[in-house]
Write a protein that binds this ligand. Structure first.
Ligand code: PRP
Ligand code: HPA
Length: 172
């Protein structure tokens, strides 16, 4: 069954830079059954009830939004800096060259709300770990992060587990 979903992920060599094998989820999204199956499995893998699903810009939004109805939860947007209109809190994280910053609205959650973190893919885990710091700073009760794809050789999922987060991915 996992092989069915894997077959819907396209690998593009040398994107965005030479030597990178880019796992492209656009082909999964184009497949009605595959996308529905992806969301059904993520919903089934969710630990307990959650109040909010935090999605990371941009591809994480797609999966977080689709999970909102089956999980009866709201969607919290974690965005790149400069995109949210209200007062924000921020976390910086390292990229291969330089730094980036993610933000959320400072009043997006009530402390103690149960949050599930969602993104399309975890590689080094830099983005997801910054999201965990941000959500915890805001008072979220965060137990689990889910990804469609884990690239385990890059160590991101293990780094997240070291932060006491259960990490679940459909494909690796
Ligand atoms: C990709 C992916 C994750 C992140 C994973 O997003 O969607 O958010 O990188 O990498 P990491 O585990 O090494 O941090 P990207 O920054 O390319 O943004 P996009 O979704 O807007 O294209
Ligand atoms: N695909 C999509 N996003 C990514 C990848 C990838 O292979 N690596 C890091 N971010």
């Amino acid at each position: 069954m996992n092989d069915d979903l894997k077959a819907l992920i396209r690998t593009i060599p040398d994107f965005p830079k030479p030597g990178i094998q880019f796992r492209d989820i656009t082909t999964l999204l184009l497949d009605a059954g595959g996308f529905a199956q992806t969301i059904a499995r993520m919903a089934a893998a969710t630990l307990g009830p959650v109040d909010l699903i935090a999605g990371i810009e941009a591809r994480g939004f797609i999966f977080a939004a689709a999970l909102a109805a089956p999980l009866n939860a709201g969607v919290l947007l974690i965005r790149k800096d400069g995109k949210l209109p209200g007062a924000t809190i921020a976390e910086d994280y390292a990229l291969e060259y330089g730094e980036d910053r993610i933000v959320m609205h400072e009043d997006a959650l009530v402390p103690g709300q149960r949050v599930l973190l969602v993104d399309d893919l975890i590689a080094t885990g830099g983005t997801a770990r910054a999201a965990v710091r941000l959500l915890r700073k805001a008072g979220a009760e965060l137990r689990q992060a889910q990804f469609v794809i884990d690239l385990p050789e890059l160590g991101g999922a293990d780094a997240l587990r070291a932060e006491k987060i259960q990490v679940d991915s459909l494909l690796s």
